[in-house]
Design a protein around this ligand. Structure first.
Ligand SMILES: CC(C)(COP(=O)(O)OP(=O)(O)OC[C@H]1O[C@@H](n2cnc3c(N)ncnc32)[C@H](O)[C@@H]1OP(=O)(O)O)[C@@H](O)C(=O)NCCC(=O)NCCS
Length: 236
């Protein structure tokens, strides 16, 4: 009997695209985010339960579930008339940390953002080491704040942060967080993201089953060759 119990495995943890059937998780998600922010001592962008529910209903949120147990969450937001996207509110409860779940959640939110707004730049403003690592793995590069969105509603989110005075004092040019940007027109960003996402084929399958083929991770070949290129190709 003991042997059988020892062999009992933890249920598989699934990363799913959230929808209206998941709105009952919202209170637990927000409590977990608030508790984690308290531990980090950073303050936090206030999230209204209705806003998070709406994200789920609009297909802009991702959940990690271990059976029915909440194991992680994040969602996507668009700024500046969909020219920019962020993956936001990443949280994994203590008991599920260190198992690679944040990475799998990021694969899904990032892929969802790429699928829904392939022309948009994806950015992040963070002081978290884990998030910086995840961003780098997904092809983001460090940038100055001037390269991020100008959308006022994005920057309002910083008002709950303990360092907000720094951002104000510097006219929004510098703060404690690092700005990071994935530019869909930068071949280096695309190559890094493809390498990362190829590690996780289930993510692509999930997104494509719902939304159709993912955009390519290569820029289209330039059609118009320069005169020099044309001459070179004649002698090849
Ligand atoms: C940050 C957080 C989401 C990480 O979740 P997780 O599931 O434990 O992370 P993963 O196991 O997927 O790790 C992802 C990567 O980050 C690294 N990492 C995880 N926690 C880290 C930490 N505290 N410091 C430095 N790196 C860390 C891992 O080594 C891993 O890198 P690897 O794939 O190269 O090994 C989780 O700790 C959390 O919810 N924290 C509180 C909320 C928070 O800080 N959210 C981010 C807001 S900016």
């Amino acid at each position: 009997m003991d042997q059988i119990q020892d062999q009992k495995q933890e249920p598989e943890i699934k990363i799913v695209l959230a929808d209206e059937s998941h709105v009952h998780y919202v209170d637990e998600i927000l409590e977990t985010i608030a508790a984690a922010a308290k531990v980090r001592g950073t303050g936090i962008a206030k999230r209204n339960p209705e806003y998070v529910k709406q994200k789920m209903i609009e297909g802009k949120a991702v959940l990690a579930l271990c059976g029915d147990d909440f194991a992680g969450f994040s969602y996507i937001e668009t700024w500046d008339n969909k020219q920019y996207v962020t993956t936001s509110g990443l949280i994994v409860p203590d008991r599920y940390r260190g198992k690679g779940l944040a990475r799998r959640i990021k694969h899904m939110t990032f892929s969802l953002a790429r699928k829904r707004w392939p022309e948009a730049k994806i950015f992040s403003l963070t002081s978290g080491a884990a998030v910086m690592k995840l961003n780098t793995q997904h092809g983001y590069k460090p940038v100055t704040f001037a390269q991020l969105t100008n959308d006022e509603s994005f920057w309002h989110g910083c008002e709950g942060c303990v360092n907000f005075d720094v951002l104000q004092r510097t006219d929004r040019r510098y703060c404690i967080c690092t700005g990071m940007l994935f530019d869909p027109n930068d071949p280096d960003c695309l190559a890094a993201a493809q390498k990362e996402l190829d590690l996780d084929p289930t993510c692509r399958e999930t997104i494509e089953a719902k939304y159709g083929p993912m955009p390519p991770y290569k820029l289209p070949e330039k059609e118009s060759k320069t005169l020099l290129d044309k001459i070179k190709s004649l002698f090849k």
